[in-house]
Design a protein around this ligand. Structure first.
Ligand code: HEC
Length: 188
């Protein structure tokens, strides 16, 4: 507290008589601040949501999601603007399972609730080369982080091409896995 020689000694102020109104005022201020926090918890929520989104960015970068689900990500060394992230790819993955395309997560995830996303991620085996086991083994917080990132980025792009069975050769660009599709299924 600021004290000036012309003021009464500080101790005079601390008597019950003088300090009571000040205490009441302090208590009122504290109560008002607490009530404001209770009535408007958005600040606290916004912070934790930003943290989740930031974590989502980190996972999309380092867990390989962008490598396959973001067009040009691998080729450009990760130099793809965030608004293109996870919009799927037309590059086919051709193997004994047929041809798969990395889905457009920006169109798929926002159609689900967070709970549906957690169930899908924990319990679904997708076709190769999707590392579905990475989703299965991911912590719930990390899965929520990815969901919140995609939700914040919003829907964008077109759906990835549809899956092709092994007997169909893809038209567009594709990566062929060493083991060819089942010969008996190929009609040439
Ligand atoms: C090596 C490439 C590759 C990587 C890495 C990869 N994916 Fe995939 N992902 C795919 C392909 C290909 C499919 C389509 C699989 C199919 O058709 O069954 C797919 C499908 C999915 C689907 C299913 C969507 C739908 O169509 O319903 C989800 C969800 C998904 N990936 C999320 C992720 C996430 C999250 C990561 C990062 C942890 C990731 N993927 C990493 C290639 C990849």
């Amino acid at each position: 507290m600021f004290w000036h020689p012309e003021m009464k000694p500080y101790t005079a102020d601390t008597s019950f008589h003088f300090s009571f109104p000040r205490l009441t005022r302090t208590a009122t201020l504290l109560c008002t601040a607490y009530a404001a926090l209770l009535l408007n918890p958005e600040h606290a929520l916004a912070d934790s949501n930003n943290e989740l989104v930031e974590q989502g960015r980190y996972i999309a970068r380092i867990a390989g999601c962008n490598d396959c689900h973001t067009p040009g990500y691998m080729e450009s060394g990760g130099k793809v603007p965030e608004d293109i992230w996870l919009t799927g790819d037309v590059l086919g993955w051709y193997g004994p399972w047929g041809t798969t395309y990395a889905s457009n997560l920006r169109l798929i995830l926002p159609k689900m609730t967070e709970a549906q996303w957690l169930t899908l991620a924990k319990s679904t085996q997708f076709r190769p080369p999707m590392p579905w086991f990475a989703l299965r083994d991911m912590s719930e917080r990390d899965l929520r982080a990815l969901y919140q990132l995609v939700k914040q980025l919003g829907p964008a792009g077109n759906p990835a091409p549809a899956y092709l069975p092994p007997e169909r050769t893809p038209n567009g660009p594709y990566v062929q896995f060493p083991s060819p599709p089942l010969q008996k299924n190929i009609s040439r």
